[in-house]
Design a protein around this ligand. Structure first.
Ligand code: GLY
Length: 321
């Protein structure tokens, strides 16, 4: 029996400024087109997720691929994970600096390696051995991000509260004003898909957090944290401050709720409420069951999201809640 395909994408959850709304909405729309056109032709959920995420990595708007947030020493360091819910196969890379599309490297890890996860130079060498081109890190760095890093470091030197670290530390919770226009958060990208064969898949890709220490790995590429897929439950991709999401293994928490019989529509806001209740975390989630039901939620002022079904594409930068 053929299933109607579904694709959901996100392009980060934070106080996206007004002058960046159009670029975010266009970016998630383009990602939907890249992934859904494959699903319509009968491609696998994993192919669609990879294509949608790669499209957002190529779009300098997002904190993934080129245009990502910079580490404190001014470099781009990328993490990505792909997971196939039909087989539980997964591939991840972290701390890669010379790959334009880490999600494609994650796919190669999944398909062509006995391992699940590679980091740093080993990940780059593996990707190169499988035909991926290694680039200079400077090709991933944009002027916008150089300026953003300089501003964050100037604030740090001036001893101002670093709102970028909000959400993981109860003592700082009062310093967080999510409505503040400068609230720095996360343009991590992700996708979840259901294909015509009823298979689900998930992918997440990120440049991590602004001004992060080199070598820091967030939730996005860790199985069950920022990404997870299992046809017995659901496929999920998260965005937000990684440390609280990791501590709660939030992706798996959300898919477990679906397995327990909670609809994705209900489990998505529950997961975000749990993130806030337990650790004061902020972020967003897309969650898709193998029956095509889905949920989207965020507790940040805005989140770039898109969904495409047989009814066509819909995109937004804020949910009506
Ligand atoms: N959610 C992205 C990160 O914390 O790295």
């Amino acid at each position: 029996m053929q299933t109607n395909p579904v694709l959901l994408v996100h392009g980060g959850a934070w106080a996206i400024p007004d002058d960046m709304l159009e670029a975010h909405e266009q970016g998630v729309f383009d990602a939907l087109q890249a992934g859904y056109s494959l699903l319509e032709r009968g491609a696998s959920a994993i192919d669609a997720v990879e294509a949608a995420v790669a499209r957002m990595e190529d779009d300098g708007t997002f904190d993934a691929g080129r245009g990502s947030f910079l580490t404190r020493d001014g470099r781009v360091q990328l993490d990505a994970l792909l997971m196939d819910g039909a087989t539980l196969r997964a591939g991840g890379v972290a701390c890669v600096e010379r790959l334009r599309n880490p999600i494609k490297a994650a796919r190669l890890v999944m398909d062509r390696s006995p391992h699940v996860y590679f980091v740093g130079a080993g990940a780059e060498e593996f990707a190169q051995s499988q035909g991926m081109k290694l680039i200079d890190n400077s090709e991933l760095v944009t002027e916008r991000e150089r300026e953003r890093l300089a501003a964050a470091q100037a604030k740090e030197r001036a001893g101002m509260p670093d709102l970028t670290f909000a959400g993981d530390d109860k003592s700082r919770e009062t310093a967080v004003d999510v409505d503040a226009p400068g609230f720095e958060s996360h343009d991590t990208v992700g996708a979840v898909a259901l294909d015509t064969q009823g298979r689900i898949a998930a992918g997440t890709s990120t440049g991590g957090t602004l001004n992060k220490a080199p070598g820091r790995v967030g939730d996005s590429s860790l199985i069950g944290c920022g990404c997870y897929a299992d046809n017995a439950s659901a496929a999920v991709s998260l965005t937000g401050w990684g440390e609280p999401i990791m501590k709660l293994v939030l992706g798996k928490w959300a898919t477990d709720r679906v397995q327990q019989g909670v609809s994705p529509e209900q489990a998505a806001p529950e997961a975000i409420a749990y993130l806030y209740r337990r650790l004061g975390g902020h972020g967003g989630i897309i969650l898709l069951g193998p029956d095509g039901r889905y949920g989207i939620a965020h507790n940040t002022p805005r989140m770039a999201w898109g969904v495409c079904t047989s009814d066509g594409p819909r995109t937004g930068v804020q949910l009506r809640q």
